[in-house]
Ligand binder design. Structure first.
Ligand SMILES: [Zn+2]
Ligand SMILES: [Zn+2]
Length: 248
């Protein structure tokens, strides 16, 4: 079911036509104070779903960059997979598109900050978006560098303050991109920005555990893929995220 969202000042005549962006269930009217499922702000809500999900007007109308900046800056989540899953459900994010390059970096930076690792301040998200937006749409096929893999390198470079003069920090960022890229390349094509995002988050978490000795990082399992029915070019069973029991 395609989730239709309510636009500014819109009062739907048939509320049952509108569904929750987060879980797909029908919306109902309310006037209770409710927390926005995206940015965490509590305010008097207009419509919620039966699971209690609410999206504030500012998040409903946000551009991809504004949304990613708001959500990653505010979240208390330590699981970056949960963060990208939420962001990718928002209608402002296309099925495939260059915003997937910086949602990987921003979700990783948010989770690492909430885990108390690295010195990550609010400007890190702006910087990740600034760098990520330079990665070309379709760079996977045109450069041989998927932007989701580049996003892992961007997150690690920001977290470790790497630059071209650095020694081991620079090496680590490049190795992280290389490992992420290898995992994404193995899926095959045509490209799927959702599968690439899942792989990038999975590989980044493995690298963080290995290189920084951080244990017990938990990721929710994105299988079966929530987006598979929305993707006209879905790889089906060829994709490791298609079914619940596919091997990732
Ligand atoms: Zn819901
Ligand atoms: Zn909000």
């Amino acid at each position: 079911m395609e989730a239709k969202t309510l636009k500014k000042n819109q009062s739907p005549e048939k509320l049952e036509d509108f569904h929750c962006v987060v879980c797909g269930k029908p919306l109902q009217s309310t006037s209770e104070a409710t927390e926005c499922s995206f940015c965490g702000k509590t305010e008097k809500a207009d419509y919620v779903c039966e699971e209690g999900h609410y999206i504030c007007e500012s998040c409903r109308l946000a551009s991809p960059e504004t949304l990613v900046r708001k959500v990653c800056g505010a979240t208390k989540e330590t699981d970056p997979m949960k963060v990208v899953l939420l962001l990718m459900k928002h209608p402002a994010l296309q099925m495939h598109g260059p915003e997937h390059h910086y949602i990987v970096s921003c979700a990783l930076l948010a989770a690492w900050r909430n885990l108390g690792r690295f010195e990550i301040n609010d400007s890190a998200f702006d910087e990740a978006i600034r760098r990520g937006r330079k990665v070309l749409l379709a760079s996977c096929g045109l450069w041989g560098v998927c932007g989701a893999a580049a996003g892992v390198g961007i997150a690690l470079s920001i977290a470790t303050k790497a630059n071209m003069q650095s020694d081991k920090e620079r090496t680590l960022s490049m190795e992280a991109v290389s490992e992420s890229l290898h995992m994404i390349a193995k899926i095959g094509g045509p490209r799927c920005c959702k599968a690439s995002t899942f792989s990038a988050i999975q590989k980044a978490t493995e690298i963080l555990e290995r290189e920084f000795n951080i244990r017990h990082l938990s990721l929710i399992d994105p299988r079966p893929c929530y987006f598979r029915s929305h993707n006209k070019e879905c790889l089906g069973n060829k994709c490791p995220y298609f079914e619940a029991n596919n091997l990732g």
